[in-house]
Ligand binder design. Sequence first.
Ligand code: BES
Ligand code: ZN
Length: 613
Amino acid sequence: MVAPVLLTEDAKDIHSYAIPAEARVTHVALDLVTDFDARQVGGTATLDIQAAEGANRIVLDTKGLQIRSVTNAQGQMLPWKLGNADETLGAPLTVQLNGADQIKITYKSAPDAAALQWLSPEQTSGKKYPFLFSQGQAILNRTWIPTQDSPGIRQTWEARIVVPAPLKAVMSAQNLMPEGEEVEGGGRAFHFKMDKPVAPYLIALAVGDIAFQSLGPRTGVYAEPSMLKAAANELADTERMVEAAEALYGPYRWGRYDMIVLPPAFPFGGMENPRLTFLTPTVLAGDKSLVSLIAHELAHSWSGNLVTNATWADFWLNEGVTSYIEGRIMEELYGRERAAQLIELGWEELEAAIQDAGAESPMTRLHLDLADQDPDEGMSSIAYDKGAAFLRTIEKAVGRQRFDQWLRGYFDRHAFQPITSALFLADLRKNLIQNDERLEQLLRLDEWVYQPGLPANAVVLRSEGFRVVDQQAQAYALGAPAASLGFPKWSYAQQVRFLNALPRELPEERLSALDTTFNLSQSNNSEVLFAWLQLAIANRYDPAVPALERFLTSQGRRKFVAPLFDSLVAQGEWGRPIATRIYEAARPTYHAVTAGTIDRLLKDLPEEQAKAA
Ligand code: BES
Ligand code: ZN
């Protein structure tokens, strides 16, 4: 199956050097050895290529790769050239094809490849073996795989990965030999195959002391042995989530749905690598309270992995549609109220994001202009929460039944293909609106997608359970005793809402009463702890600094780490020294994407401090 590439102007990917109209990669075969001492992967990438009539070259994306040679299938050398390296995009690798429809690149990744994080044994939960994981989204995979790193250029792939014994490798693909095989000269080889064409950012690898536990007929979890039990308990509802999603949006097309709980340096909450979602251990609250994250990554099996944004300017088509589906899965499994609370938390974040950026800011549009920007910059809650609000607004206007039917059809019509905002709107008009002028007027589709801010027709969902929380937050600010609060019985979302609803300036007694009554600084729930630490920082509340330091040095999830450093810096002479001190210790443990964000945030610090960081 060769997946089509869109060649319209809005599908042109400014974050890739590829020229798919000339020649494109259709299949990638990796044969790589992981070298934990040198922190490099090295070996060969064999690419199947489809070239247009008369085209005699292919342009690939690379970043920091050490290229040794390029040959055709017969082993004959092909001329190649690395262009100038751009700081964000890396360097184009142009290969002269001389008629070849397959090329073999022998190469090594750089020790500082941004897609790869090499963890020392101390950074794992078992403390005994090193660990490696990759993170491709958005444009990082070019630091370890020389291919056309553009989400609109789908590729099937396979891999043979050699790792030191007794480690295991897992990938976002069919695991052909879960125990691996011995290789001559030591180590074990693992084999993987993805026979569906996927966007190349979805190729992912993890290597470590990894064990597996089944959760259901199609679901299971990998983790370090010491975390496996906790992980399996927390994720026990996953099979039911898959069933709920299928009932709504049609068959799950990837075979198995497994997850891997990674060491705490993993920079995201989750990453929807096909067949193998990558997860932060901060999702393991002990009470399944944070499993909306699983609903989210699972939802990407439709929105994102099956139907994929053609370029990062349309990131909302991945994340906004996914956030909408996440809410629907949560509602199916846990009921309307729990889902509504999460949606309202998202709404709170959206309002804050729009306020921060300014309602007229072009960054608050769904379809973004990312010229001269790292696609990372476009990845704000706008894509997630404005995107989801857009879909809920359409759902409300046409009714759930009609909307569900349309969305399911949308996935079928665009399965294994790239999507753009224009195509999305065209599909809506053709298959849902169908010349209903009144409906067209009501929806304000173009305003939603191409204009900043929030259209006036946005549907706002309010949850029951937050009303009482808001009242109690007011009462608490006015002096009500902590023991009178319903806090211990609330859902985590209510607890977060409560903490966020408190005034940013509180008397010290109000803070200490909260902390001692509810043990906030020791919370096992990373979202509650995060909300508490934000409140504490806003108040320059010294007693919470040890908990803050523990949190910032024990996990590297960017969503938590970056706002906390940001808040510290905003607290001037109180917060800045704390930020630099903690960052000095934490930076070596952070993933490149987390460290990059914090580096930018702290870069206006005095010179020596910035250097030390
Ligand atoms: N695909 C994203 C993670 C991502 C986005 C990685 C952009 C790199 C660039 C993933 O599905 C995601 O959205 N994760 C969220 C959790 C979700 C519940 C909102 C996260 O990591 O916090
Ligand atoms: Zn997502």
